[in-house]
Design a protein around this ligand. Structure first.
Ligand code: ADE
Length: 230
């Protein structure tokens, strides 16, 4: 997969994509990242990418030209799925990550300032929000999308099963995990996990996943029950 990221803050994006699993995914050839500072595409001699809003009001607005110039320079034939990060977008979830992971090319714009020129929307395929809260910019949201997509690419996680078994692959939260020591400050690892009986362990994990989902996320539990009964 190829991922282009348009940002005014490449220094925020780069350390994250060059660490840990995303770093390994690049080395193993599963993903290529291209980080672009779209200030480079400004036609302004001061390289400005924002301006005052028509009609007045507080804050600055991201201009349309540098964004469209960047899109035309980077993705002239509109081959990538173009994603605009914005709190006004559809709220992101695991199902969306799975559909995005099926593409060969993504291009993500990290917005900034009070907002962006409305006409920018016409050049994108989708607008994505990572939740109902407002951040200072689209970099962290873009990294959320990138991380959730890249880990789903075939071969990225060593243990293929771990991507499938995660919370939200089916609409259940994960069962509790334990590792050594067997006892910590009086808290013991459940006996069943030490039993070596794989069927019993699987049944216990299932039960705990259901119990936990029902308690913490009744909405997910209901969706799961509906799916099971359909
Ligand atoms: N930019 C600012 N807040 C955001 C959010 N919640 N999701 C996506 N992009 C954003």
């Amino acid at each position: 997969m190829r991922i282009d990221i348009l940002t005014l803050f490449p220094e925020v994006i780069k350390p994250f994509i060059n660490a840990s699993i995303l770093h390994r995914a690049q080395q193993d050839g599963h993903v290529r990242f291209f980080v672009h500072d779209f200030r480079e595409y400004s036609e302004d001699k001061h390289r400005r990418v924002d301006d005052y809003p028509y009609g007045g009001g507080a804050g600055m607005v991201l201009k349309v030209e540098p964004v469209v110039n960047a899109l035309r320079g980077i993705d002239p034939d509109h081959e990538a799925v173009r994603i605009l990060m914005s709190p006004q977008g559809l709220v992101y979830h695991q199902k969306k990550a799975r559909t995005l992971a099926e593409n060969t090319s993504l291009l993500i714009l990290c917005g900034h300032y009070e907002g962006f020129d409305e006409r920018i929307r016409d050049y994108f395929d989708m607008e994505v929000s990572i939740g109902d809260y407002v951040l200072t910019g689209g970099e962290v949201p873009a990294l959320v999308v990138i991380d959730s997509v890249v880990r789903l690419l075939p071969g990225v996680l060593n243990n293929e099963a771990s991507a499938v078994e995660d919370s939200f692959s089916e609409p259940l939260l994960e069962y509790p995990h334990y590792t050594r020591p067997r006892t910590f400050e009086g808290k013991k690892v459940p006996d069943v996990l030490l039993s070596g009986d794989h069927a019993k362990i699987a049944a216990w994990r299932r039960e705990k996943a259901l119990e936990r989902t029902k308690k913490r996320r009744p909405d997910l539990y209901e969706a799961y029950r509906k799916k099971e009964n359909s």
